[in-house]
Design a protein around this ligand. Structure first.
Ligand code: MG
Length: 339
């Protein structure tokens, strides 16, 4: 392995589109990889991308600025901005749009040049709908009646739940389900895993070669695939190393790191072909006995080799004590006898 075989992400990509929860912070706490990532950015710029439609970019930025992140509120893109972009493609500029959502959604829709209305009687040309903590039955009624007339319906996102300190509260997906039940229709969604949010963020910052950084395979990494962007999975949030190995190889990220500090790392090339891959001191190979890991070194390099083998594996056979240790460190179930 020579240095030329490694990829320095901060040189290969001009912008990182960073997911927030599980990447930059967990709840209110900044994650430890953040200062490492920021110190190693070089010319790479950051865009902060979130499905959360209840806060304005300025409100999100307040929290990020306090954590020492570079940029301004202009570097924050929420699913409200993405929903407004989707609306632009569906109705004429300046149209009246029925908005059911938080003040942040009204702000984004108005900023895109539309007239926000709250009732069907005001003749909207479309419905846009996002999570609101003040949602009422009257709001749902206006949205349902408007959706029933066949107007375009855009949802900021379809997240089933909203993680909070109290647990998982209903997310916008739950509200969408109520409207779908009442109308028999489904919305166009702007947020991840749909591509509009990443596309809006990349355009807003003028990215030539963006890299999506996220902690969830089902939203961040899936969204990157839909937007045809490369991606880095970080293991500091929801998705685990084991999840990455049980995901279809075509839906895996291009890169993996323990946390967002990995943005500043050199990512080694993974060599090999067929059902065998090598990364630094590790070799992952598939045979009738399943997927086996041999070698020694940093556990994350072992994961890189395993993820590059084009098969789905729910457990890995350790080829020796170092491999067993690495798999245990990664939380990957082991199976078969140690060779
Ligand atoms: Mg996340």
């Amino acid at each position: 392995m020579t240095a030329a075989d490694a990829v320095r992400l901060t040189a290969a990509y001009d912008v990182a589109l960073l997911d927030l929860d599980g990447v930059v912070y967990l709840g209110a706490k900044s994650l430890p990889g953040v200062p490492i990532a920021v110190a190693g950015l070089g010319k790479m710029r950051l865009s902060y991308v979130t499905n959360n439609a209840t806060r304005t970019p300025a409100e999100v930025w307040q929290q990020l600025a306090a954590m020492g992140l570079p940029g301004s509120a202009a570097n924050v893109v929420t699913s409200c901005q993405a929903a407004a972009e989707v609306l632009r493609g569906l109705v004429d500029p300046g149209s009246a749009v029925l908005v059911v959502g938080a003040p942040a959604l009204f702000e984004a829709v108005a900023a895109a040049g539309f007239t926000c209305v709250s009732t069907l009687a005001e003749s909207p040309a479309a419905v846009v709908q996002g999570l609101s903590f003040a949602l009422t039955y009257a709001d749902l009624t206006e949205a349902a009646l408007a959706i029933r007339t066949g107007l375009p319906w855009v949802a900021t996102n379809t997240d089933a739940t909203l993680p909070t300190s109290r647990g998982l509260q209903p997310g916008n997906g739950a509200i969408v389900s109520a409207l779908t039940t009442a109308t028999g229709r489904t919305p166009v969604a702007a947020g991840k895993p749909q591509p509009a949010l990443f596309e809006t963020a990349a355009r807003a910052i003028g990215a030539q070669r963006p890299l999506v950084v996220g902690d969830r395979l089902d939203t961040d990494i899936a969204g990157a695939h839909h937007a045809r962007m490369d991606s880095l999975l970080v293991l500091s949030g929801v998705s685990s190393a084991a999840d990455a190995l049980t995901t279809a190889p075509s839906l895996r990220p291009n890169y993996v790191a323990r946390d967002v500090g990995g943005l500043a790392d050199e990512h080694p090339d993974v060599g090999g072909a067929g059902l065998e891959r090598e990364c630094r001191g590790w070799r992952a190979s598939s045979s009738s006995g399943g997927l086996t890991l041999d070698g020694d070194g940093d556990a994350i390099d072992a994961l890189r080799a395993l993820m590059a083998v084009p098969i789905v594996a729910s457990q890995i056979r350790p080829g020796g004590p170092a491999a067993l240790r690495a798999l245990q460190e990664l939380g990957i179930p082991t199976g078969g006898d140690t060779v």
